[in-house]
Design a protein around this ligand. Structure first.
Ligand code: UDX
Ligand code: ADP
Length: 480
């Protein structure tokens, strides 16, 4: 029986291994992690991450050929194929601070593999890591090899949270990079055989190691660039009276452009986009490609601009001050159908409003109160470490309270800010919400989910990203 071990039971490792176990009953899959609480949660009925469809998949194979364990060394030593899916935070100190990836966790995983291995291994890079990491890992392994042969593969993950199970069931492509030597090609084939249990062969692409690593950064940079492009357009739409949804629709009809990923928003978030672009920028700079680095940097700058612009809209609309005013925050996750808050635009928007002394009542159907407090007190870049190494927030932010539902968050509020496109925000009883708010009552829709006309008829003053401005907002400054 082929044995797979995955180091890191997070958003990538957990769902990916569950789907492999489901489709490959003849393979034993063990997911290991240094976090005891995470592994306990995987072994309970309350999984540590919220992902539609994940419960059902895990239920079908847990205990059959899918296991979660903290006995890392035992399972690594027994495995034929080891996936490494550990955190790769952005460095906060030293060379490349603020851009380059911190490979501490990757390196310690590689050294542990070298320490405990007694048989040949295929080591699969599954976290997003900068180009040429596989080479570094290869060096660590071969210099500590004790005669054991290691083959390093890069198999970047393209799943998006909220649709992870669907994405894993029917991937657009599976990418496997490896060495073009006989042993390298054999390792590529072994991993290909795993995916071939359910992925059509023409969707499994094989490349050299560097191409696979760079493709992952490139794909995320292209996706993020589309959002920054449409968000830049949204500012122009507001200034000129065009409607960004109509513009996106018209632009997306061009089959060369396509309709996906053209929704204007308060900004993109998630664990990958910003981090991957920063990595790309760093790699370009290291290769003396300043113009290319600046080109990609701009994608992040526009994203920051979009979040600032949103905060400024809120403050300037409300008589230039939100001091002491209650603002209901609808949604904190970086997108719907996930409880993940990594790099969510809500963090910067909330911090911006708190900076102007607002009182916030935050509601999200999946994010815990503890996570929100942690996010609002944590420093930039500190989020991407194993949870037990993250700084605690002993006090929390006083002006922030967490609400159980949207109605509680909006009660007596002066304004609502919709920051995640949860479906339930489309069908709230906005008449009831209006009646319980201070007047004038504002809605700032950062995700274009509400029916603007209907809300205006109720009496709200409504701001929607990239839409023709409410008369109230005209002539008010949007950019500081
Ligand atoms: C992304 C990539 O899509 C995935 O392939 C990669 O493996 C990991 O990074 P993820 O971050 O989980 O996935 O979610 P994604 O759906 O890409 O959304 C990222 C952010 O962009 C979210 O904040 C989302 O709200 C925002 N977004 C997306 C927009 O603002 N507008 C859009 O049109 C699409
Ligand atoms: P991703 O979104 O890439 O899956 P996560 O942060 O959700 O990222 O998951 C990474 C996981 O890796 C965390 O659960 C963390 O505890 C685990 N981890 C980090 N370093 C190690 C290590 N050396 N050995 C085992 N697990 C590790």
């Amino acid at each position: 029986m082929v044995k797979i071990c995955c180091i890191g039971a997070g958003y990538v490792g957990g769902p990916t291994m569950a789907v492999i176990a489901l489709h490959c009953p003849s393979i034993e899959v063990v997911v290991v992690d240094i976090s005891v609480t995470r592994i306990s949660a995987w072994n309970s009925d309350q999984l540590p991450i919220y992902e539609p469809g994940l419960n059902e998949v895990v239920k079908q194979c847990k205990g059959r050929n899918l296991f979660f364990s903290t006995d890392i060394e035992k399972h690594v030593s027994e495995a034929d194929i080891i996936f490494v899916s550990v955190n790769t935070p952005t460095k906060t100190r030293g060379l490349g601070a603020g851009k380059a990836a911190d490979l501490t966790y990757w390196e310690s995983a590689a050294r542990m593999i070298a320490d405990v291995s007694k048989s040949n291994k295929i080591v699969v890079e599954k976290s997003t890591v900068p180009v040429k990491t596989a080479e570094a890992i290869e060096r660590i392994l071969t210099h500590n090899s004790k005669g054991i042969k290691y083959q390093i593969l890069s198999n970047p993950e393209f799943l998006a949270e909220g649709t992870a199970i669907q994405d894993l069931f029917k991937p657009d492509r599976v990418l496997i990079g490896g060495r073009e030597t006989p042993d390298g090609l054999k390792a590529i084939q072994a991993l290909k055989d795993v995916y071939a249990h359910w992925v059509p062969e023409d969707r499994i692409i094989t490349t050299n190691l560097w191409s696979a690593e760079l493709s992952k950064l490139a794909a995320n940079a292209f996706l993020a660039q589309r959002i920054s492009s449409v968000n830049a357009m949204s500012a122009l739409c507001e200034a000129t009276g065009a409607d960004v949804s109509q513009v996106s629709h018209a632009v997306g009809k061009d089959s060369r452009i396509g309709p996906k990923f053209l929704n204007a928003s308060v900004g993109f978030g998630g664990s990958c986009f910003q981090k991957d672009i920063l990595n790309l920028v760093y790699i370009c700079e290291c290769n003396g490609l300043a113009e290319v680095a600046n080109y990609w940097k701009q994608v992040i700058k526009v994203n920051d601009y979009q979040k600032n612009r949103f905060v400024n809209r809120v403050v300037s609309s409300m008589f230039n001050t939100v001091s002491g005013k209650k603002i209901g925050i609808m949604g904190f996750a970086f997108k719907k159908d996930t409880g993940d808050t990594r790099e969510t635009p809500a963090i910067d928007v909330c911090k911006g409003l708190l900076g102007d002394k607002a009182r916030l009542s935050i509601y999200d159907p999946q994010v815990t109160a503890d996570q929100i407090q942690r996010d609002l007190t944590m420093n930039k870049f500190d989020w991407d470490h194993p949870i037990h190494l993250q700084p605690m927030s002993p006090t929390g932010v006083k002006q922030v309270s967490i609400a159980w539902d949207a109605y509680e968050a909006s009660k007596d509020a002066h304004a609502l800010c919709i920051l995640t496109e949860w479906d339930e925000f489309k069908t709230l009883d906005y008449r009831r919400i209006f009646d319980n708010m201070q007047k004038p009552a504002f809605v700032f829709d950062g995700r274009n989910v509400v029916n603007v006309e209907m809300l205006r008829d109720i009496g709200f003053i409504v701001y929607s990203i990239g839409k023709p401005l409410d008369p109230w907002l005209k002539n008010m400054p949007a950019v500081a």
